[in-house]
Design a protein around this ligand. Sequence first.
Ligand code: AMP
Length: 419
Amino acid sequence: MNTFSAPKGTYDLLPPESAAFLAVREALAAPLKRSGYGYVETPGFEDVKLFSRGVGESTDIVTKEMYTLTTKGGDELALRPEGTASVLRAALEANLHRGPLPVKLWYSGSYYRYERPQAGRYRHFSQVGAEALGAEDPALDAELIILAVDAYRSLGLRDFRLLLNSLGDKECRPVYRAALQEYLRGLDLDEETRARIEINPLRVLDDKREQVQRQLAGAPRISDHLCDACREYHDQVRELLTAADITFEDDVKLVRGLDYYTRTTFEFVHGRLGSQSAVGGGGRYDGLSQMLGGPELPSVGWALGVDRTVLALKAEGIELPSAGRTDVFAVPLGEQARRALFGVVTELRRQGVSADFAFGGKGLKNAMKSANRSGARFAVIAGERDLADGEVQLKDLESGEQTSVALETVAATLRERLL
Ligand code: AMP
């Protein structure tokens, strides 16, 4: 067969595995829905400048990974590589920040990054995210982290760690930045990394290469440079997490790949995913609104990767929900039975019983095969003779037991036995 394939770095979600994906997406969002977060949905593409300004000109996401396009009307757009900038843009545009604060929002959708595909890293992937806009309160940072941990725990995930850091604010970060630059300039680094020292030295700490990491052992630490306000803020976040029974590891090298973070940053890493181990992450971005031309709006948020959470569950051997099966499968034999049973199926569905039908005019053998494969608990079978007697056959597909039931009452009987 010579037909099309999914583009490189993407994959299709198909039954039965797609059911697990949906269940994970719902589980990641459930704690947010219980905590005052409202649903937000923004377009899949935005003005390219929203991301270059918001995420950062010098980040990999903007320089290497964005899918950009020019429309026929001449607009420069980009497929969204992440959610925060879009959600903040939408909130500012709708003036939500002039109402009660914080504005708490959650979202779920597809994101696009032109990365080198590998296990757990795709060019089209899915995130559930949350943003709390307009409040500087360590309890808000703690709330979001707790909700993420609770979401993972609700799925049964165990083998994950929470890495925590503070990146300081506009007072202490510049001082630290200068100290770090001074140190980095003295190291033996390649051209590209040397350029990065001048643009965004904190990102050098994130370099995964062994020869770079080795030289970073003596680098100045942000934790030694935090101003009193940042230190106090960070201590409060840590205390609130500890009180909520959340364990975390301090990671002074955790800077994450986006430029907008200030103060609290965190990442969830899973122990069995190989090199693409981050299942989620986030942090505070007090300056982003102003970077986008908006008012001062201190905010915090996270995004959890749905694809990688599914992989993490598999890696831990946790049973994933399988495809939703119907409880009843109708097998008609002949035209008259087809009409009668199609009516029964419709009635069952309207009464809240899940039911399916042998479409396509199959013979008894094939139709029964479909019924068995469907995983349904009961088959309703009827031929011309049954209908002449006003009856249908009700077969329990687990026990094999078969009984005659009046056509009139079959829906009520099934409902009683199933609900
Ligand atoms: P980030 O915005 O990079 O912090 O991403 C948040 C989460 O989204 C990560 O922790 C991953 O779980 C997930 N993620 C990011 N990029 C990809 C990708 N290319 N493929 C699959 N999942 C991703």
